[in-house]
Design a protein around this ligand. Structure first.
Ligand SMILES: *Cc1c(COP(=O)(O)O)cnc(C)c1O
Length: 410
């Protein structure tokens, strides 16, 4: 790795201990303290190297510190970083144009975090329902799927089905209906004249990379069109190359009315999210009705534009598709040898570990000791989402490490 040596004066153990009294305990990180990174590799305070097979939950699709993204950020830091939307900035038009072009939609609402994009879409869908569809005031409903993950705000956890994410945080926002994922009949039954939108993840990431049956997304598209409500696709994790296409909905040839992007849109450098939609939908917003101090700032727009430029080459989508075959093959070979089952699309997999061998957390800790970083979800599942820049050899190294730790038994 060609990065500068560590300047940290404290050891990993000391730094972990130092966090405990001063940092909210809303996470349970693996005991690794990362100090530097490049590409698919991170290095800890002591100089130990690890393959990053999580990639910031897909926020690092282009790897750590991709040269084109770092260069775009540096260049922009030397020019202009923040204007607020009280003024125009010279980077925002290009970002919005290129993102609309990349996604085949018309208009962009730039925000920062994924949760803000979801919140914005909820507001826009409701306003569209009142102004365009003619739903009675304050009666709009939004249909969502069980086991969803759309973020952590009070409104978003209002329609979560994960008790850990909800307990103690009520009262909750009304106006949401939850139906089973991958069930078109249940979805149809939940839609009525009050329905503003159906909000789903084309692949459920946090739930363990749950891929719906072929035809489900087409069915959602047809159903929402027929019943006159919006199809809002949350591609904050599935989008921007991860599945082997620019968007996961492309696997079924579907274009939603509203697309939510985040995570990788910020190139692993700054938080950048966006609501991208048909003009008829986003034009319901008028000056003063919605906003964000940082949304669309020139640094975010410059990095976001550079991200779109990388995706326009098609290289990352192609890599995800090609290396996805390697990932799938490697996991296939482990089924029955510690892997109970797995789901994979592109460079993205949810791997259910045989509980007799260990919990997802234990497997993650063992993989860490083998120099591979992953994250568990839902007890016995681990999620693999390496940077799309990973090489075939590096991917095989990670799969070899998984085979090793599964071979260690319980
Ligand atoms: C991560 C994620 C979000 C929330 O994004 P934040 O930037 O953490 O607020 C929303 N939806 C999906 C599908 C996600 O994976």
């Amino acid at each position: 790795m060609t990065v500068a040596p560590s300047r940290s004066l404290r050891s990993s153990a000391e730094l972990i201990r130092a966090e405990e009294p001063v940092l909210a305990h809303n996470y349970h990180p693996l005991p690794v303290v990362v100090a530097r990174a490049e590409g698919a590799w991170v290095e800890d305070v002591e100089g130990r190297r690890f393959l990053d097979m999580l990639a910031g939950y897909s926020a690092l699709n282009f790897g750590h510190r991709h040269p084109a993204l770092i260069e775009a950020a540096h260049r922009q830091l030397d020019q202009l970083t923040l204007t607020s939307r009280a003024f125009h900035n010279d980077r925002l038009a290009q970002f919005a144009e290129s993102l609309a072009e990349l996604t085949g939609l018309d208009m962009v609402l730039p925000m920062n975090t994924g949760a803000e994009a979801v919140e914005s879409a909820v507001k826009v869908a409701r306003k569209w329902a009142y102004e365009v569809k003619g739903v009675a005031p304050d009666r709009a409903t939004i249909v969502v799927a069980a086991d969803n993950f759309h973020g952590r705000t009070t409104t978003i956890v209002s329609f979560s089905t994960d008790e850990t994410a909800r307990a103690g945080f009520g009262p909750f926002t009304p106006g949401f209906r939850v139906v089973p994922y991958n069930d078109l009949a249940a979805l149809e039954a939940a839609i009525d004249e009050t329905t503003a939108a159906v909000l789903i993840e084309p692949i459920q990431g946090e739930a363990g990379v749950v891929i719906p049956d072929d035809g489900y997304l087409r069915g959602v598209r047809e159903l929402t069109r027929r019943t006159g409500c919006l199809f809002v696709a949350d591609e904050i994790q599935s989008g921007l190359g991860r599945t082997g296409r620019t968007l996961a909905v492309e696997h079924e040839g579907v274009v939603p009315d509203v697309l939510l992007l985040g995570k990788a849109l910020g190139g692993g450098i700054v938080p950048v999210s966006a609501v991208v939609a048909r003009r008829e939908v986003l034009q319901v917003l008028r000056p003063g009705e919605h906003g964000s101090t940082f949304g669309g700032n020139p640094l975010s727009a410059a990095v976001g534009s550079a991200v779109v430029e990388l995706l326009e080459t098609g290289e990352f989508q192609r890599r995800a598709a090609e290396l996805g075959v390697v990932l799938r093959g490697g996991l296939d070979a482990l089924v029955g040898k510690g892997v109970k089952s797995f789901r994979a699309r592109g460079l993205w997999a949810g791997v259910d570990i045989d509980p007799a061998i260990g919990t997802g957390r234990e497997i993650s800790e063992r993989l860490m000791r083998e120099g591979v970083l992953v994250k568990d979800t839902h007890g016995s599942t681990i999620r693999l989402a390496p940077p799309l820049t990973i090489t075939g050899e590096e991917l095989r190294t990670a799969l070899g490490a998984l085979e090793t730790v599964l071979g260690q038994g319980a």
